[in-house]
Design a protein around this ligand. Structure first.
Ligand SMILES: *Cc1c(COP(=O)(O)O)cnc(C)c1O
Length: 409
């Protein structure tokens, strides 16, 4: 008889299924309206454009060979060039050339590589509260001490960040990095205005730390009045490590992300990537680059924004119509999520009841590190990109009934 447990490493032993994955198992049983996942609307996928692009790649023998070959670890150079141009246009200051950019296998790999390259056990890492669950998972392997900074409707409370940095300094603790999703945050749906962004970068200077800006939703701002700059626009020292992804604007199945920043940081990240997977698939990099070069992205992003704006509005309207007193929610200007809080309701306890009534969400505690979970006890994350408008209306109605009933106990 084999005893599998005795073979695992310390990291292996600590691995456990994510709360969201467990929930998705339920959802697969059918009949359930899910606000739980974080998937783009597949109806928006550019299937026709990809048919054309893939056909063009394989109609050219030389391109076809390149697409099927290993690539370099740092990524397909034409795609790095295209990304460099896009980031320069957005005002990212320190970028000189493609040596400032590495392509990653999804931005999940970017999080993993950043964790490997920067975190020693016990290092302080500051995250927003709530924050992106998959970032917590990636960082946790390397056993940092998470410190949290709460959000309000304008994203990270940089005043509280300053207090946190000051008190950590007094304790003689250095902060390795601050991880933030400043734009259409996952899970909270908040977007930081420029004054907070500038203050955040100023604080990184003042307290000699760096910032990891995760920005998968920057192109998915559906309220045109909202203007802001990327953190890199306020930084001329290379304190901002920027990461983004093609998952939400093109295809999560492509597994394409990238990191941009100080070339010394990028050099190390490339070395870590070499050991992780040698290279990101050449084929998807070439296809994504063609998609951008042919000007399809702008058109495509407009289409997604229109669909998500309608869905978000439908969800807000349903929340206003059905949710009882004592509930509150964010009203995102972009992205895919609304953060709902309900006074007096423990959303972890309520989740099973909600599933029985045919509606799924992710409970708030999932988005906080171990030492801060209670901050999320009354909260839930609702995804509006994947369900249809009809499902949104019906699902929020069901959810509101569950809340009312659950409170009655
Ligand atoms: C969806 C999302 C990503 C994208 O992850 P991929 O691994 O590129 O698919 C990254 N960060 C956040 C905050 C997200 O919500």
């Amino acid at each position: 008889m084999i005893a599998p447990e005795k073979f695992f490493s310390g990291i292996g032993k600590r691995l456990k299924a994510s709360e969201v994955r467990e929930l998705l198992k339920w959802v697969k049983r059918g009949g359930i309206i899910s606000f739980g996942g974080g998937m783009p609307d597949p109806k928006t996928f550019p299937v026709e454009e990809m048919k054309e692009i893939f056909s063009d790649i394989f109609s050219d023998r030389k391109l076809g060979e390149e697409a099927l070959q290993y690539g370099t670890t740092e990524g397909y150079n034409p795609l790095r060039e295209t990304i460099l141009k896009m980031l320069r246009k957005s005002g990212f200051k320190i970028l000189e050339d493609i040596e400032n950019i590495v392509i990653t296998t999804g931005s999940q790999q970017a999080l993993d590589l950043i964790a490997k390259v920067f975190i020693d056990p016990g290092d302080v890492v500051i995250v927003e509260a709530p924050t992106y669950l998959a970032a917590l998972n990636a960082f946790s392997y390397f056993q940092p001490n998470f410190e949290v900074v709460p959000l309000d409707k304008d994203g990270m409370r940089v005043d509280l960040l300053e207090e946190k940095l000051e008190s950590l300094r007094k304790e003689g603790k250095r902060v390795k990095f601050i991880y933030t999703v400043p734009t259409a945050q996952n899970p909270a749906g908040t977007t930081m205005p420029n004054d907070r962004r500038k203050k955040l970068v100023d604080l990184a200077y003042e307290y000699d730390t760096i910032i990891v800006e995760d920005n998968p939703y920057g192109y998915l701002i559906f309220d045109d009045r909202v203007k802001f700059d990327y953190l890199g626009a306020f930084d001329d020292e290379g304190r901002v490590i920027y990461m983004s992804s093609f998952s939400k604007i093109l295809s999560p199945g492509f597994r394409l992300g990238f990191i941009a920043g100080h070339r010394e940081f990028i050099r190390k990240l490339i070395l870590a990537k070499q050991a992780a997977d040698l290279c990101t698939p050449s084929l998807t990099q070439m296809a994504a680059n063609e998609f951008l070069k042919r000007g399809y992205l702008e058109r495509h992003v407009e289409k997604i924004k229109k669909v998500y704006k309608e869905k978000k509005e439908a969800m807000i309207k349903a929340l206003e119509t059905y949710m009882p007193e004592g509930s509150d929610w964010t009203n995102p200007v972009g992205g895919m999520f609304i953060w709902v809080t309900v006074e007096g309701v423990d959303t972890t306890d309520m989740a099973r009841r909600a599933l029985e009534r045919g509606v799924a969400y992710v409970h708030g505690r999932a988005f906080y590190p171990e030492n801060a979970k209670e901050l999320g006890k009354n909260a839930m994350r609702l995804n509006f990109s994947y369900p249809t408008i009809e499902q949104i209306e019906e699902g929020i109605k069901r959810l509101s009934e569950v809340v009312k009933e659950f409170r009655g106990h």
